[in-house]
Structure formats: C-alpha cells, structure tokens
Design a protein around this ligand. Structure first.
Ligand code: CO
Length: 178
C-alpha cells in the first residue's frame, strides 16, 4: 500500500470524466488500498480515484462512524428525495468551503471490489458524501456548484454548531473534507 499525491483544484484533471471499471482484479485492489491510505492520511471522509489522477469510477468513503469504510465501484444514484443545504469541503480544495444543495436521501447501485452488484440507501451526511463523490466521477467540483463560498473561519464556526460534526471532530479532529 502507498499513499498517493492528490490533484488540487483547479487542475483540469479534476474536470475529466472517469470511465467504468470492467476488470475487478489486483490492479483495482491496489488502487483501492492506496485510496484508503491516502484518505486516512488526509483525514478525509471520501475520495474518488480521479483525485489521484486515475480516471476510473472508484470511490472510497470513511465516515468514521464505526461502520468501516465503503468502497463504491461504478456507483449510480437510482433514487433521490428531498433537499438539504450543507457546508462542503474537499481533499482537492484545501482551504475552500461552500454551501451546496443536495438531496436529503439517495439510493445508489454500485459494485463491490469483486464486481458484485450492491444497493445502499443513505440520508443526511452520507447522502451528501455519495453525491459529492459521484460528482467527482463526472468531473464536477463542489466550488463550481456551490451557491455560496465561505472562509475557513466561518466554516469552522459552522462545524462547531453541528452536533454530528462536533462529535466527529472531537473523536478524530477530522475535517469534513471529501
Ligand atoms: Co471532493
């Protein structure tokens, strides 16, 4: 396993569309393992392969809520409901924070690392992370769809206010970076 370098906004790499994974082999598993390592190193909650310069539809999410990490290959949103507007950051956008509107609930279909089809429902923060990461696979960066960008001081104050995020920050001082 190795930690890999992260491409930073506004590098044009991040606007490229990722391709479907067709081979569920060693090469994919090494990529997944490196994504886990890079995500942990940066104390983020999610990472897409494109952020490491690999244009494949692969995502690793780790909300640190005791459920372990989630690996999503070729994910698609099959159902979305409601609305929420929350503060987002990104591993590829150090120091940038902004408000983005997302569905309150999503259901996704994806493959696991062995190519088996899976479904998962998500609400609240996990729904945001699914949408944010799937956007990465389509070359969409949150600062380009945020309705308001805020400075770091505002972002930290906001995170202190949210009980969900405060709990997380206390536990690991992990920022809400995706
Ligand atoms: Co991101």
């Amino acid at each position: 396993m190795a930690q890999r370098n992260v491409f930073n906004y506004p590098d044009e790499m991040l606007n490229k569309k990722s391709r479907e994974v067709t081979a569920f082999d060693d090469k994919l598993w090494v990529l997944l393992d490196d994504m886990h390592e890079t995500l942990t190193h940066h104390e983020g909650v999610g990472i897409a392969a494109v952020q490491l310069g690999i244009l494949r539809r692969v995502i690793v999410i780790d909300l640190d809520e005791g459920d372990g990490a989630i690996e999503l290959i070729n994910p698609e949103i099959v159902q979305a409901k409601g609305n929420q507007r929350e503060l987002e950051g990104c591993l590829s956008c150090p120091g940038l924070w902004g408000y983005v509107e997302r569905p309150e609930y999503v259901k996704i279909r994806y493959m696991n690392r062995y190519g088996k089809e899976q479904f998962q429902e998500a609400a609240d923060l996990l729904a945001i992370v699914f949408c944010h990461e799937i956007d990465h696979l389509n070359g969409i960066m949150f600062p380009d769809i945020a309705d308001e960008m805020v400075d770091e001081e505002h972002a930290e104050a906001e995170m202190e206010k949210s009980p969900k995020r405060r709990k997380k920050m206390r536990r690991k001082k992990k920022k809400m970076r995706r």
